[in-house]
Ligand binder design. Structure first.
Ligand code: ZN
Ligand code: MN
Length: 489
């Protein structure tokens, strides 16, 4: 019994014996690829149309480093509080896979772009610091497309459009303590990179994560190829439960690499015992050492935008809102901008915080809609109109939500929707009439209430709300019912 309880607790938030480290690969939004002039905007292109001898790995083709990619990499490093190195070098990482036509990936090894940074996250126990071990640049391989799922496919297709797209790899120390913390961390990384304008988390496959997981008493397991934000938490939860099961049965956990199957939500063993030396890293002889001047780094530092942590502090001070609201409003830079415009126009920053952070964000999550998409249907001025109608008492809170939903689904002007759906708040005489109707139609409930059953009144309020279709506030209905019954209706 007590043993069972311990195990259940361990699956929860506090996982003191769990160590998780992440390697996050994020595609940088440069116009051309990392080592050639091909367009890096391949996401909606026909397969194998953004290719040239260099990114196809043809013999004799030589790479040239894209300066913009280095610049973006430095910005990322600075935003993650890293020390940018004065000298950085590309290496060859040798391995064979059909998506890698050269037989090696140009990556970094010794002398990475930056080291020793950190990121703050908001976890259950308050603020936590996650150390960043290194930040480096590397090229994305091509894309394999299996006919059917990977284990039953008879063959697969290769698209080299992605080959050579610049990736920034962010490697953490094993500081994360639970799958949930890993999810919070990855969302923070997405947020910071999007603030910098160097990354678009909405693009398919733009962020891929490898995770190292170990629990006390076992060796480190690497999970490869997690390509969705939700997948990360699921893959880690599955893996921790699997490892605990092994230890409980007395089976040793040996170091291995596992593949995450997104569809089935499980990890599968790929290979055991793979070490860094197997890759035969050596400096890329076709590229020169890159010297990064102090003045370049300083100029980029000066040009950094306000980042999420700073924005949280400013929002709390300037708008006098809770930390929880400030965090919710600043995760997505588009939501933060939207909030500021709405608050400036309406002048009631705290009301706007509730309506953007709680109501609007909730509606966006429910629809899996991004703020950028929502802006097409709900521009700030129309959002302000809804809140203004509500503040002036012309519509109820419930109606305001209804207008917002309609706008998110189909667009349109608030006043037109209010008229079409007849959402204008009811006049006092109208309310009186409806309350008298409800009382007349529900005499048993009225008698119950009179004889002391307080719950009966809630039932009557419900009946009033039904008849008015939310065009009056429940509180108002409650008070009016009480008054009219007391007056002996
Ligand atoms: Zn190319
Ligand atoms: Mn990598």
């Amino acid at each position: 019994m007590s043993q069972e309880k311990t195990n259940t607790e361990r699956e929860g938030e506090h996982m003191g014996d769990v160590k998780i480290g992440l390697e996050c690969h994020a595609q940088l939004l440069t116009r051309s690829k990392l080592f050639c002039g091909c367009s890096a905007a391949y996401h909606y292109a026909e397969p194998n149309t953004h290719v040239c001898p260099t990114c196809l790995g043809l013999p004799g083709a030589l790479p040239v480093v894209n300066k913009k990619a280095v610049e973006y990499g430095i910005k990322v490093a600075l935003a993650l509080n890293c020390e940018v190195q004065r000298r950085t070098l590309f290496y060859r990482k040798n391995y064979f896979y059909p998506d890698l036509p050269r037989g090696f990936q140009i990556s970094q090894y010794d002398f990475p772009l930056a080291v020793n940074g950190y990121v703050r996250i908001e976890s259950d126990g308050g603020e936590r610091i996650i150390r960043i071990k290194r930040v480096h640049l590397e090229e994305d391989p091509g894309r394999l497309i299996y006919k059917g799922t990977i284990d039953v496919a008879k063959y697969c297709l290769v698209d080299y459009n992605r080959s050579g797209v610049p990736l920034v790899e962010i490697v953490t120390e094993p500081d994360l303590r639970s799958p949930k913390e890993a999810r919070i961390f990855i969302n923070k990384i997405r947020s910071i990179l999007e603030y910098l304008g160097v990354f678009d988390g909405g693009l398919e496959g733009s962020l891929r994560v490898d995770a190292n997981v170990s629990i006390a008493g076992g060796e480190r397991i690497e999970i490869k190829n997690i390509s969705s934000y939700k997948g990360l938490e699921r893959a880690l939860s599955f893996e921790i439960t699997r490892q605990r099961g092994l230890l409980r049965r007395g089976i040793e956990i040996k170091q291995e690499t596992r593949h995450y199957d997104e569809i089935r939500g499980v990890t599968i063993s790929l290979r055991t015992k793979e070490h860094e030396e197997d890759y035969r890293y050596f400096p890329e002889p076709d590229l020169v050492l890159i010297e990064i001047s102090e003045s370049w780094v300083e100029a980029l530092k000066k040009g950094l935008p306000e980042l999420p942590d700073e924005k949280v502090r400013r929002f709390m001070q300037q708008y006098v809102i809770t930390r929880e609201h400030a965090v919710a409003l600043t995760t997505d830079v588009h939501i933060a901008d939207f909030y500021e415009r709405v608050a400036a126009e309406l002048g009631d920053a705290r009301l706007c915080a509730t309506w953007v952070a709680d109501v609007l964000k909730g509606e966006l999550n429910y629809r899996s809609m991004s703020m950028r998409e929502a802006l097409q249907r709900v521009p700030p001025e129309n959002f302000v109109k809804i809140l203004r109608f509500m503040k002036e008492g012309k519509i109820t809170e419930r109606s305001a939500v209804e207008v917002l939903r309609e706008m998110l689904d189909a667009g349109g002007e608030p006043e037109v929707i209010i008229a079409k759906k007849e959402l204008m708040r009811m006049k006092d005489e109208e309310i009186d009439g409806i309350i008298r109707e409800v009382i007349a139609e529900n005499t048993p409930a009225v008698e119950d209430y009179k004889s002391g059953k307080k719950e009966a009144l809630n039932f009557l309020v419900g009946q009033v709300m039904k008849k008015t279709r939310g065009r009056m506030d429940p509180k108002r209905a409650y008070e009016a019912l009480k008054a009219i019954i007391a007056a002996g209706a």
